[in-house]
Design a protein around this ligand. Structure first.
Ligand code: PRX
Length: 645
């Protein structure tokens, strides 16, 4: 656990000018929970049929806006066209080689509608319709957003698999949700390098039985790739299809109909299929996007996340588009084609809201502020941070060099499971303290408790819980009620257990203190030690593996793998590479261990349990404490030698 928050550090009171015009009003916090969300649901969302009940709470399952009918794509696209906003830019599309590329282009809301309708008409021919699940395995290209919206238009639940995950991960997730169709792209293009996305997917699908019957392939690079009878190019699928909205009306969905499933890592077992439904989720993402980032008609918003994660779902696709906001959609990575590309994007499109991860900011900070200073960033009004704790010095840098020394930073705490932002400063209201998310969003009721369930006072670290439901909350784990109850609702009988440590500071602000379980956070990407261990033991030479995280100045946390080998196998450099490759193949490159420590055995207690606390301490280079319960303490000395180098 790391103590990133600081109640002693600098404080930044809200700008009085911003306070006058901010969308969020202080009195919103005084509204009752149902009253607040009811008002927002009416204000932010267009309903085909009104709901007759705001909330039906049957712990741990909530139903929001019961009886209401709506469609996510209608809210994100069609209604803006109907309201005369068809010519407004929905997406400034920035390709991998940056905003000066001749592939950079804009997509208006009317054009977006045409693309979505055409895509949806194509999908219909493959049998996709209401309740027919679809997998999406793509990079940050506009067709990824279009694919999600086309599914939503048809009432087909989607599951997006992060484009950097392995084919095996794609196949597992598609099989779990029983996807009939997978949408992918020929190749990925990132940082100037192409990678075979579609072939990757094939490898996963062909490794065993699959529910996927058809693979739709979007051309990104146009490379000559192997295509089989199962595959169809999007261009061929939609050839001659109409883009006229009436040719494919938006399917009216119940509030509680499944919108998407997103798999995320837990501390044990396979990835969990987090269930998100339509009405509450859309109200939650549209409201938080609007109020946290103070979105105005002329805002230009850029969330530099990936659609493969929840941040991309809520704050690239659904939140901003439902709010009719102009966004930047960026395919690339920080630092390519040069270290200034981000700031060129901000300058060219006059980005007013930038939402990104501490890991990305740390990269920019490392490269030096001169790159940001070489560009006019005066359009920036609000900054956001998400996914991991932001170190106070990184926060200060972000504000100074990106925010012109004045933009407030919204350090937003939330999770795949929560669907939308729950704890965050608010523009024009919160006195900001670098390094923590601080305050509950209106209509959200957190508490910090000890293990016995007592509410904790200031400066005592405990467990973060939520004592009341919120609209975008997960509606369970797909086909696994038992795991849902066990993971989130068994620690306390009356509250959602988030898995994060937290404390109140002297002013009553919430300071997040990091995960309490075996979930690790590498560059804001959520992984479980268990998954990485499972990947490692798939290698023939490995007898046993245990994984811990250490702090890393660039990626927040980094993975350290402790591996014992079979028989007389030796831990060579080649084997280390092979193990890293094994993890890349099984999960994805982002899960590769930064350090591999070979040992004759793993440190175990006499009852045979691996001493994880000790491995954590070893990984962090901390004092090891009591090792007397170990069967063979010399194992630890051997490991320590390797770590100390
Ligand atoms: O530990 C918290 C951390 O990220 C976890 C959720 O990860 P994921 O489901 O992948 O969603 C990430 C994007 C919302 C949380 O349990 N986390 C997220 N935001 C913050 C954070 N930790 C500290 N401060 C944050 N602002």
């Amino acid at each position: 656990m790391s103590d990133q928050g600081s109640s002693q550090g600098n404080q930044y009171p809200p700008d009085p000018e911003l306070a006058k015009t901010a969308n969020v009003r202080p009195e919103m916090k005084d509204q009752g929970l149902e009253e607040f969300w009811d008002n927002q649901a009416k204000d932010k969302i267009s309903w085909f049929e009104d709901y007759d009940q705001v909330l039906e709470w049957n712990l741990p399952y909530a139903k929001w806006f019961v009886g209401g009918k709506l469609n996510a794509c209608y809210n994100a696209v069609d209604r803006h066209v109907e309201n005369g906003q068809g010519d407004k830019v929905a997406l400034h599309v920035v390709p991998d080689d940056g905003p000066d590329s001749d592939q950079a282009h804009d997509i208006t809301f009317a054009q977006l509608q045409e693309q979505v309708v055409t895509f949806a008409n194509g999908l219909k021919k493959l049998g996709v319709g209401k309740g027919v699940p679809v997998g999406i395995y793509m990079q940050m290209i506009p067709q990824a957003v279009v694919a999600m919206l086309a599914c939503a238009r048809l009432g087909a639940p989607h599951t997006v698999v992060f484009g950097g995950f392995s084919g095996k991960a794609v196949a597992e997730r598609c099989n779990d949700l029983e996807c009939k169709v997978l949408i992918t792209q020929d190749q990925a293009l990132r940082g100037g390098k192409s990678a075979d996305q579609k072939t990757n997917a094939d490898e996963g699908l062909d490794a065993g039985p699959t529910t996927v019957e058809k693979v739709v392939v979007v051309k990104r690079t146009g490379a000559d790739i192997p295509m089989s009878d199962r595959d169809v190019y999007l261009d061929d699928l939609v050839d001659g299809e109409s883009g006229d909205a009436e040719s494919c009306p938006c399917e009216p969905m119940e509030s509680e109909d499944l919108l998407f499933l997103l798999y995320t890592s837990g501390s044990t077992g396979k990835p969990k299929g987090v269930v998100h439904t339509t009405g509450g989720y859309l109200v939650g993402v549209a409201t938080t996007h609007n109020l946290v980032f103070d979105v105005k008609d002329d805002s230009v918003y850029w969330c530099a996340a990936d659609i493969g994660w929840i941040t991309g779902h809520s704050y690239i696709t659904y939140g901003p588009l439902v709010n009719g906001c102009t966004s930047v959609l960026y395919e690339g990575v920080p630092g390519y084609p040069d270290k200034e590309v981000w700031w060129k994007i901000v300058e060219k499109y006059k980005v007013s809201i930038l939402y990104t991860s501490p890991t990305a900011i740390r990269s920019h900070m490392k490269w030096g502020e001169e790159h940001a200073q070489a560009h006019d960033l005066s359009s920036i009004k609000i900054l956001g941070s998400v996914g991991e704790p932001i170190n106070p010095e990184v926060w200060e840098w972000y504000r100074e060099y990106v925010g012109g020394g004045k933009a407030p930073i919204m350090d937003t705490w939330w999770q795949t499971e929560t669907g939308h932002i729950l704890i965050t400063p608010l523009p024009g209201i919160t006195t900001m303290k670098p390094g923590s998310a601080q305050q509950p969003f209106p209509g959200v009721l957190p508490e910090i408790r000890d293990d016995e369930g007592n509410k904790l006072d200031v400066e005592q670290t405990g467990n973060l819980v939520l004592t009341a439901p919120w609209p975008g909350m997960m509606r369970g784990l797909y086909k696994d009620d038992e795991r849902f109850r066990e993971t989130y609702w068994s620690k306390y009988s009356d509250a959602y257990f988030a898995g994060d440590g937290a404390k109140y500071d002297a002013d009553g602000d919430i300071m997040l203190m990091g995960r309490l379980d075996d979930v690790v956070n590498v560059s804001g990407h959520r992984l479980s030690t268990f998954e990485v261990e499972s990947a490692l033991v798939e290698h023939d030479d490995v007898a046993e593996a245990a994984v811990a995280a250490r702090k890393d100045p660039d990626t927040g946390q980094a993975i350290v793998a402790f591996v014992s080998l079979k028989g007389d196998k030796q831990g060579t450099e080649e084997l280390e590479q092979a193990l890293r490759e094994q993890v890349a193949q099984s999960i994805g490159k982002l899960a590769r261990p930064a350090t591999v420590i070979f040992a004759p055995d793993l440190p175990k207690t006499r009852s045979g349990k691996i001493m994880r606390r000790l491995l954590k301490n070893l990984a962090e280079g901390e004092e090891l404490g009591d090792t007397s319960t170990l069967v063979d303490p010399s194992v630890v000395d051997e490991m320590k030698k390797q770590i100390d180098g």
